[in-house]
Design a protein around this ligand. Structure first.
Ligand SMILES: [Zn+2]
Ligand SMILES: [Zn+2]
Length: 594
């Protein structure tokens, strides 16, 4: 595929108009917002300055509805109280759109094409990215599971990450974002997303784990040390059937399954004092007083000089104090035994992390042993159901020689296979192009799942990324008699994109697809935009109107070129590129109508 942008959104202007009629204006706004998650990045740092360098189609504005200014040179944004300063300007908010390099002091620069909102609070910058849920899931996978060996285990993690996000969304509502980027919510690393991680996300798109009609609390951790912890061992009061303790035979071979740590008594006492725990200076040794159901230490006795109990200490207090003062890897879990000697204590432990829910290293081992992601999830969250809705809807793959169909309703959508095959046939004969790849048609069961999964608004009937066409529920398109034309349009895209010169602009591809799909059947009175304007609107559509205008203009442009040069010649530009001067020769008076 020679698409110049990783995710190419394909919109149907005809469908846009018609579908808009059945989606109320209010719902559209709410849906567009619901489909993206707001993620605060650099949550732990106190940021004084952000330097933004434009890469592609970058612009900025000072309020959501303000006019935007294009960003052509790097700009530094600084916090002063609750005000932002940049160049000679100041404002309380700063919105960035388009692809940019983001550099904050003391960190690696990151590249982002997600809309960014900047504000200031107490002399520090707050940076909030708005990204589609599925991109967020991929970024968390990159932060948490980049080293997994098994593709099935990655898929299990993708479901756990997505479900966790849906379950806990709203935690930071009061601060006006959905998630922070620390382990409080989920750690993420969005510049390290690989194709492998993305395909684990795509293969499970929209799938959640359900328990009694709601998304489950899908906790996960690095290694449980051979027995998972029940939720109420870690968070008293949270008794959850699917988060009970059970043995895990899968994770014990990993490097993190066992650990040892020698901590001197002097260091241990000073770590506790720093956390406000008043350990007597003459304490002698430490012993585990009680264990939880899974075998983790719960309470510790601090024994004094005369062998009498000096104080009691919870295992989590000890671990947090040591974490803070001596580093997180000294006591990796509460699953340990103690050996006291004259001046130090040996912790011999198992596992890493709280131990609740999915054990990442156990999952990976299960996957390597040939277990599917369903089996992995059923093992760690027993009693939950996997599906893209509470009713347990799940994907089925229908295979044919020309294409595959991924559907949740095998019977109803088997008929779509026939329509799709016919659409491929028509698209091939209209374009004279051959299908090089084997397309995948993914049909979403409901409009809301389509919107949440694809990040597309309801008035986009379908979108194509690489070989995958993502389609609204077929009943909706059939009711509007748009199913076949939508599919023909998308298959034309796959044909055009797979036979395309890398430098070919998006507006030409889109215009050609529209021309091939519709011919000159519609009156084209739309005002023509410049090639640059069309390109910018297609890469970063700002509104439905702008998108429609760009598509209409692209189609008119191609139709005029065909009228002037002939279809055969214009088709050849797919491989050669649009010749310089081709547009200049079009006089405004020429029209595509005959
Ligand atoms: Zn958080
Ligand atoms: Zn485990």
């Amino acid at each position: 595929m020679s698409s110049r942008i990783p995710i190419s959104r394909v919109v149907l202007p005809i469908v846009v108009v018609l579908l808009a009629l059945c989606v109320s204006a209010g719902a559209q706004v709410a849906d567009a917002q619901a489909s993206n998650v707001l993620v605060r990045i650099y949550s732990l740092q106190s940021l004084k300055q952000l330097t933004v360098s434009p890469l592609e189609n970058a612009s900025w504005k000072t309020c959501a509805s303000c006019r935007s200014h294009s960003l052509t040179a790097p700009i530094a944004v600084q916090a002063a109280g609750s005000e932002l300063r940049y160049g000679n300007s100041r404002s309380s908010k700063f919105y960035l759109i388009g692809k940019c390099h983001l550099q904050v002091t003391g960190e690696h620069a990151i590249e982002s094409h997600y809309p960014l909102q900047v504000r200031a609070q107490g002399d520090s910058l707050i940076l909030i990215l708005s990204m589609p849920m599925e991109d967020y899931v991929a970024a968390v996978l990159a932060g948490e599971s980049g080293n997994f060996k098994s593709a099935e285990a990655l898929k299990a993690m993708a479901v756990a990450v997505r479900t966790y996000a849906v379950h806990f969304r709203g935690r930071h509502k009061a601060e006006h974002f959905d998630f922070c980027d620390t382990t409080h919510c989920q750690d993420l690393h969005f510049s390290a997303v690989t194709d492998r991680l993305r395909s684990a996300v795509e293969a499970t798109e929209g799938e959640l784990l359900w328990f009694q009609g709601s998304p489950a609390a899908t906790y996960y951790h690095q290694n449980c040390g051979g027995a998972t912890a029940a939720a109420d061992e870690v968070w008293p009061g949270t008794k959850t059937a699917y988060l009970a303790s059970h043995p895990d035979p899968y994770c014990l071979r990993s490097d993190h399954a066992r650990w040892e740590s020698h901590i001197s008594k002097i260091n241990l006492r000073s770590a506790l004092l720093k956390s406000g725990v008043q350990v007597p200076a003459d304490w002698q040794w430490l012993r585990a007083e009680s264990h939880s159901q899974s075998g983790r230490v719960q309470l510790l006795d601090v024994v004094g000089k005369d062998g009498k109990l000096a104080m009691k200490l919870s295992a989590s207090t000890l671990r947090f104090a040591v974490d803070r003062a001596l580093g997180w890897n000294q006591i990796k879990s509460d699953f340990y035994e103690l050996k006291n000697s004259d001046d130090e204590i040996l912790f011999s432990g198992r596992g890493s992390g709280h131990g609740v829910g999915l054990c990442q290293e156990g999952s990976d081992a299960m996957g390597v042993q040939g277990k599917s992601y369903r089996e992995i999830l059923a093992f760690y969250f027993p009693g939950t159901g996997l599906g893209i809705s509470a009713q347990g809807i799940a994907w089925h793959l229908l295979h044919s020689e020309q294409l595959d169909v991924l559907t949740t309703s095998e019977n109803a959508d088997a008929a779509v296979m026939t329509v799709a095959q016919k659409a491929i046939y028509t698209a091939r004969s209209d374009s004279g192009l051959q299908l090089i790849s084997h397309p995948l048609l993914k049909i979403y069961p409901t409009l809301s799942i389509y919107r949440d999964s694809t990040g597309e608004p309801g008035w986009v009937a379908a979108s194509t990324r690489g070989n995958t066409i993502r389609l609204q529920p077929t009943e909706l398109l059939q009711q509007k008699r748009l199913l076949e034309s939508t599919l023909r349009h998308e298959f034309l895209h796959i044909l055009v994109d797979s036979n395309t010169h890398a430098s070919l602009p998006l507006w030409f591809r889109e215009g050609l697809v529209l021309y091939l799909a519709e011919g000159n059947t519609r009156t084209l009175n739309s005002a023509l935009l410049s090639a640059n304007q069309m390109e910018a609107a297609m890469q970063n559509p700002q509104s439905r109107e702008q998108m429609q205008q760009a598509y209409a203009s692209a189609k008119t442009m191609v139709a005029r070129l065909v009228a002037q040069r002939g279809k055969a010649e214009v088709m050849q530009w797919l491989n050669r590129g649009v010749p310089a001067g081709a547009l200049a020769s079009l006089s405004p008076a020429q029209t595509a109508q005959h």
